[in-house]
Design a protein around this ligand. Sequence first.
Ligand code: PGA
Length: 253
Amino acid sequence: MRKQIAAANWKMNLSYQEAETLLDEILEADIRLEFHQMAIFAVPFPYLIMSRSEVEDEMNYEVAAQNCHHKKSGAYTGEVSVDMLHSIGVNYCIVGHSERREYNAETNAMLADKVNLCLEKAITPIFCCGEPLEIREAGTQNNFVAQQLKESLFHLSAVEIKNIIIAYEPIWAIGTGKTASTAQAQEIHHYLRSVIAGKYGADIANEIPILYGGSVKAGNAKELFASPDVDGGLVGGASLIADDFIEIIKALK
Ligand code: PGA
């Protein structure tokens, strides 16, 4: 079975102490993940080492960085490179979250560079795509997200693309409390998988996890994740509350 993943995106929230407590509370729930299930915590950079050691002994619990720089190294004050993440044992990294695309002017081409650097170091990118409200209202969301995949991922070889996790996050649903309906999520996830199949073949497309993000909550996770092409979620707000994220992990197929 394809990997099913509950990924927490803490964004710029929590003190170090609060972060430790939240992880402790979630791990104390002692949810035994099955072989095909994973829980990933995308934490702020200063908490990566602590978080990694917290989850170290837990099967299929992992940490992720929320971003990396698109250049390998050099005079980029304040930035964090993929090599640095690799050197502290980070295995996953969010690439192209819509907040970074918007506030940090990240382009599809820049994200392709990030994806390449991550794969060179065997860091799995959690690649985000998703349309703004005006595109959804115009009904052109399929073309929009397909273009994001094409420009940032479709230079990869068939072997490389298998190491990508995709997160579909419609911008109008992020932090707004407005979730895509289960039918809307399934429809676009299915479409994304067909675009990948068109380029790499159905077998490879069927192996790639596609997570849904945008106001995933304890109360809607089960229904969303039940859709055949929704392989879990990338969760912001609800991942900051232990009980809620525990329910979300439990909602995985
Ligand atoms: P949200 O954020 O769950 O708070 O909507 C999701 C995300 O931005 O990854």
